[in-house]
Design a binder for this molecule. Sequence first.
Ligand SMILES: NC(=O)C1=CN([C@@H]2O[C@H](COP(=O)(O)OP(=O)(O)OC[C@H]3O[C@@H](n4cnc5c(N)ncnc54)[C@H](O)[C@@H]3O)[C@@H](O)[C@H]2O)C=CC1
Ligand SMILES: O=C(O)C1=N[C@H](C(=O)O)C[C@H](O)C1
Length: 251
Amino acid sequence: MIKVSVVGAKGRMGSHVVEAVNGAADMQLALTLDAADDLAAITPENTDVTVEFTVPSVSLGNVLKLAAQGVDVVVGTTGWTEEKLAKVREAIANGPRPDAQKVFIAPNFAISAVLADYFAVKAAKYFESAEVIELHHPTKVDAPSGTAIHTAQGIAAARKAAGLGPMPDATETDGGSRGQVVDGVHVHAVRLRGLNAHEEVLFGNAGEQLTIRADSFDRGSFMPGVLLAVRKLASDAPAGLTVGLDKFLDL
Ligand SMILES: NC(=O)C1=CN([C@@H]2O[C@H](COP(=O)(O)OP(=O)(O)OC[C@H]3O[C@@H](n4cnc5c(N)ncnc54)[C@H](O)[C@@H]3O)[C@@H](O)[C@H]2O)C=CC1
Ligand SMILES: O=C(O)C1=N[C@H](C(=O)O)C[C@H](O)C1
């Protein structure tokens, strides 16, 4: 049995994870923590893998504490930057299990979103223009979504590797309508009651367009990916920091 603790257990995602772990025949729920609880309660003795879904402002601190306690972590919380990832690598290197500690961070656990991201990176070098639109429930605290940032970064890297220059854009005045620019890719965020988590990647050439769209209608859509990551960390995932569910899929 894989002993799984959940941090952020009272939240929208955390409560789904608790339910999913309880429903998994090979897992046993260990501790469920939320804000104000002490992470020191989670140890390698009572927990094989901790799942962390909290808020971007606290997630790095949580992961650093858990790494210092030698606990393996699956992280779904957004807000990760290269600087924050570097701190996680440092915490692993300075922690009690530098050669065995595993931390896994995924911007998105839904297979539809992971594939959309993967296909977008593949398509990027064939198009002059690319923009990302993400659409979410209005209770989401961050914009743009972690997934949209990840997709834009992937598109930008693929364009750069293919030797593509900046995208055509004659905008001279912008009151904010062109969205946030992530590595040269415009990212737009919609917040609308009734939505859950959705992303569209638009690619354009003269006279043609490709649209890649992923829709998560229900938070249950993230759970197979979360459980897959827990199982991978408890078995053959490499030690160190791994980012992206695509690393655990046969793509
Ligand atoms: N990677 C993925 O597939 C997905 C990622 N997310 C991300 O997961 C995060 C959480 O999203 P939701 O569950 O919708 O948010 P939420 O606001 O419903 O839940 C957050 C929970 O974290 C708790 N919390 C706050 N500070 C804490 C602390 N210091 N220690 C422990 N718990 C603390 C809150 O009390 C709350 O229960 C967001 O960053 C969101 O973007 C959401 C859906 C899918
Ligand atoms: O807050 C959410 O809901 C989601 N957050 C993640 C993100 O920011 O990419 C994943 C998914 O889009 C749902």
